[in-house]
Design a binder for this molecule. Structure first.
Ligand SMILES: NC(=O)c1ccc[n+]([C@@H]2O[C@H](COP(=O)([O-])OP(=O)(O)OC[C@H]3O[C@@H](n4cnc5c(N)ncnc54)[C@H](OP(=O)(O)O)[C@@H]3O)[C@@H](O)[C@H]2O)c1
Length: 328
């Protein structure tokens, strides 16, 4: 039985200039919520997240494995764990990457985006998602076609807001301006951002600030590198331990490991875990609305949410971190 959410435990931050608030930490279902995971475990992680005040759950058409199964699991949980709570949730989905065979299951065409969202809604048993994203820019489709598809999706009532993900700064600005000129509620960008991946600092954050768009960085823990889990080797069941996984062993270089250890020392001095320090670091940016984390256990979820008890980062700590990140 779901307890009432502890809304007072989590800060909710305004998503750009919109009226939408998101929890400072949101939960993504890319890994560990697909069809190979037991529904009991999925339900436990989702209920704990909601009870601790996480109101935003991020999905995409192809989250699994197999593709589509994270949305199916979430759809099942909506009827059980979250029964009667739809209006307390912000649910997002996306299309843009490979989803089904043939020319209409990938990219940015109107055909793909609209058909894919229809499938996502069916899998989740929903009439609408709160946010629908174009998952990545597609050089092969005119930007206006992809954005017109987002417009149509909002007008048909299948999404309340729209966003874009992985778009570089200038293309993002063009997309925002187009959508705004048609009166479409574009409110958010989802870029990759962490201590180890800092591209949004090279122009994207400026665009988001200028255009009044919110930001929800994904992989803020660099898929687990920015935690203490790899300090003493590669644990069984971790993302690196899966040879077919998205986080490859090669990314854990000697230099990375040295940086991780040094960052961990700073975290310890603050009385935090490295995961917590990594989240504080991402959330220090005014442009960032919410940090979008993944988890494989309730313990990780609780560790991550503990971050919110100390979001202060001193000038000296920030400078020490900068020095570590600039190490050759
Ligand atoms: N828009 C896009 O293109 C895009 C791309 C990728 C992700 N996303 C979204 O962003 C979400 C998050 O991505 P991500 O899963 O890569 O994020 P992440 O938070 O950087 O990494 C999550 C992984 O870090 C480890 N972890 C998390 N908390 C921990 C803790 N406190 N202590 C130790 N280890 C911890 C776990 O690894 P183990 O599993 O090894 O335990 C977990 O699976 C996704 O679910 C998805 O919604 C979007």
């Amino acid at each position: 039985m779901l307890s009432s959410p502890q809304y007072e435990q989590i800060p909710y931050r305004k998503c750009g200039n919109s009226g939408l608030y998101l929890p400072a930490i949101s939960l993504g279902l890319w890994h560990n919520f697909g069809g190979l995971v037991s529904p009991v475990k999925v339900d436990e992680m989702l209920s704990r997240a909601f009870e601790m005040g996480i109101t935003h759950f991020d999905l995409a058409n192809n989250y699994g494995p197999p593709y589509g199964s994270a949305e199916e699991q979430f759809g099942r949980a909506l009827k059980t764990v979250f029964a009667g709570r739809r209006d307390e949730l912000i649910i997002s989905s996306k299309a843009g990457y490979d989803m089904w065979p043939g020319p209409y299951g990938d990219g940015g065409s109107r055909k793909y985006l609209i058909s894919s969202l229809n499938q996502s809604l069916k899998r989740m048993g929903l009439e609408y998602v709160d946010i629908f994203y174009h998952h990545r820019p597609d050089e092969d489709t005119p930007l206006e076609e992809s954005m017109r598809a987002l417009e149509q999706i909002v007008r048909s009532g299948k999404a309340l807001y729209v966003g874009i993900s992985n778009y570089p700064a200038q293309k993002a600005r063009e997309a925002f301006r187009m959508l705004k000129s048609w009166g479409v509620p574009v409110v958010i960008h989802q870029p990759k951002y962490s201590m180890f991946v800092r591209n949004p600092e090279d122009g994207l954050f400026d665009v988001l600030k200028e255009e009044g768009i919110g930001c929800i960085p994904f992989s803020p823990l660099a898929q687990g590198l920015l935690t203490n889990k790899y300090i003493k080797g590669i644990p069984e069941g971790s993302r690196i331990a899966d040879p077919k996984g998205f986080l490859q062993k090669e990314e854990l270089t000697e230099k990375r490991l040295e940086q991780i250890k040094k960052l961990n020392t700073i975290a310890e001095k603050r009385g935090q875990s490295l995961a917590q320090l990594a989240l504080v670091w991402v959330l220090r940016r005014k442009e960032v609305t919410s940090a979008l984390v993944g988890i494989s256990s309730i313990k990780q979820l609780e560790d991550n949410l503990e971050t919110l008890k100390n979001l202060e980062l001193s000038v000296a700590e920030a400078a020490d971190i900068e020095e570590i990140l600039r190490m050759n």
